[in-house]
Design a protein around this ligand. Structure first.
Ligand SMILES: [Zn+2]
Length: 410
């Protein structure tokens, strides 16, 4: 039985907060980024958190992409339950590639909406607008993106005059400042009005370009560190996690290390026998050219799927080729939104469709990307000691709210 101080969301219980709680999803935050920034003296708040708080590592959801993981974190359940397993899927009935960033594809309620319904004051701030409607679905409270901060209205976003409040111009969608705006806004809102719960989500623009410990990465984590220290000083319990890690995926000469799956399958089976979908594809592909380590393939004939599974398993650089049923079971994915095969490439390899279809002109640094099992390890860090933790537990990034609400010591 639930007490009045608890809520139940998709079968998991969460205590209502008695002090401010901030869950932060740092996009593409492979654990080495914070480790190296601490080594370089660029992240004193993270250093203290490692000593005095609860530093854990967790597994994210595969495909290790942004939307499936952000939605897992805010619902507390994997994509098999909430339904969002990428940016795109192939709708066989409609005969079209369909974008999954509409809330109508969401199959589970968010913890944020449930907390707001229970009377908590909730704010969601995300860097890119593509996530905003999914994260804020059904939620009463404040919900806006840095990208569209200038357009925020009381009616749509629960807040207006965001740019004036934050005192920072709206940054370019391809910039480190787009993420900085999220933190600057969070500190400003927390200082002026007490929020019970905040969810902050950044963009991986920096991580796609800069390796852990590089000057650009250290500068970015120093920026985050400074804002988190301010939220900490305001009394917030902070849990930091990531939607996925990030790895270098290029050849020694700097060119992306790509397997073009559609070209390969067209040669093997004939054109139009297979349809390769890259669920990383979205309206903002400049920094990764839509190349990641996860693909799904739909076949016209079932026999082709079996033949292709065998053939692709032998391709160097491909780590796993799974049938729909096996992929759904292993990665906790909704079987109706993945293809006949799921393909995961090795740590240093990405998957493309046709060589002619990827615009790589925007890649001004050697490719770093994500999507595979190799980007599954992410940080799960809390600025409080925790109680009642099972030392054998396999932590997931979507345990972030469980950790903050149910295990933080005052
Ligand atoms: Zn991401």
């Amino acid at each position: 039985m639930l007490t009045r101080a608890e809520i139940d969301v998709s079968g998991r219980r969460y205590r209502l907060p008695s002090s401010p709680q901030v869950v932060v999803c740092i996009d593409g935050s492979e654990p080495d980024y914070t480790a190296r920034a601490i080594e370089h003296g660029a992240a004193p708040f993270f250093a203290r958190l490692m000593r005095e708080g609860t530093p854990l590592t967790a597994d994210c959801v595969v495909p290790s992409f942004t939307n499936p993981n952000n939605l897992s974190i805010v619902t507390g359940v994997p994509p098999s339950v909430h339904g969002i397993c990428g940016n795109y899927f192939w709708d066989r009935d409609a005969g079209a590639e369909v974008m999954m960033n509409d809330p109508k594809y969401l199959r589970a309620p968010t913890i944020l909406a449930a907390l707001a319904d229970a009377g908590a004051r909730v704010a969601v701030i995300t860097a890119k607008d593509k996530l905003r409607r999914l994260l804020g679905h059904g939620m009463r409270g404040v919900c806006f993106s840095s990208e569209k901060a200038a357009d925020a209205t009381l009616q749509e976003n629960g807040i207006d005059q965001v740019v004036q409040r934050v005192g920072m111009p709206v940054p370019s969608v391809y910039s480190a400042e787009l993420s900085q705006f999220v933190f600057a806004a969070a500190v400003e809102l927390m200082r002026r009005e007490r929020f019970d719960v905040m969810y902050l989500s950044t963009t991986d623009y920096v991580q796609h370009k800069a390796a852990p410990g590089s000057p650009a990465a250290d500068r970015f984590y120093a920026m985050i560190d400074g804002y988190l220290a301010q939220l900490d000083a305001l009394g917030a319990t902070i849990v930091v996690t990531a939607d996925h890690g990030m790895n270098a995926k290029h050849l020694p000469d700097g060119r992306p290390n790509v397997i073009y799956l559609q070209d390969l399958l067209d040669r093997a089976l004939g054109e139009r026998a297979a349809r390769v979908i890259l669920p990383i594809t979205d309206p903002y592909v400049v920094h990764h050219g839509a190349l990641g380590s996860f693909a799904t393939v739909y076949f016209e004939r079932a026999a082709d799927a079996a033949a292709a599974q065998q053939r692709l398993s032998d391709v160097a650089g491909i780590e796993q080729v799974l049938s729909r049923a096996d992929a759904a079971a292993r990665f906790e994915l909704p079987p109706d939104r993945i293809g006949d095969l799921v393909i995961v490439s090795r740590r240093d390899v990405v998957l493309g469709t046709c060589a002619t279809k990827h615009d790589l002109s925007g890649l001004d640094e050697p490719l770093r990307s994500h999507g595979g099992v190799s980007e599954q390890r992410v940080p799960l860090l809390m600025n409080r000691r925790a109680s009642g933790l099972d030392p054998k537990r396999r932590w997931r990034n979507f345990d972030a709210f469980d950790l903050a609400l149910n295990h933080a010591q005052a």
